[in-house]
Write a protein that binds this ligand. Sequence first.
Ligand SMILES: *Cc1c(COP(=O)(O)O)cnc(C)c1O
Length: 222
Amino acid sequence: MDVATNLEQIQQKIRQACLNTSRNPEDITIIGVTKYVTIERTREAIEAGVTNLGENRLEGFQQKYDSFQDKAIWHFIGTLQSRKVKDVIQQIDVLHSLDRISLAKEINKRAERKIDCFVQVNVSGESSKHGLAPDEVANFIKEIEKYPHVRVIGLMTMAPHIKDEDRLRSIFKQLKKLQLHIQDKQHAHAPCMYLSMGMSNDYQLAIEEGATHVRIGTNLVG
Ligand SMILES: *Cc1c(COP(=O)(O)O)cnc(C)c1O
């Protein structure tokens, strides 16, 4: 299917999820995850109107960034090794995988501006998933205050690839609850106004539970 048609279908489902929960579709950002696809397919996504792109590996990120630069807003959604920060941090608009102090420290050292970051949380507790345990998040965010180039704009999670809607909703609800808890603290460095959750499999549910950023690969460009 061409990307424009896929995008229309996704936007339709997003509108429905927003209607179900009295939310405004304008508050939802679709991040087109291009990690599986070519430069050509990525170009098609940009031409269809996808302005936010996500990559989870540095090679892919660099390749797409070099091709399209100012035509997109660049989200890095995979694990970032500290020693690689210096190579890419200037190009990243939003990092979705802040999960350790050593990474915050390195970003602070290398970035020449404030970097908008989501703190990655392992809500499901799967050992294969990266991210902080939910009960570590508040202290972690407090620590981040020491690093003025890091701004915590929200929380991110990856739900397991399952069909069980109740289980998925429960994971998204936990992240929403944690977000409210962090917002209550009114940290200047951590406004935490966004939630990055929901992928091809579960983005409608995620939006109904409060997602502001959905990361969609397969259903959009796959
Ligand atoms: C690959 C990936 C996605 C997109 O997954 P799809 O199921 O293809 O939509 C979203 N988030 C992260 C972190 C990913 O690595």
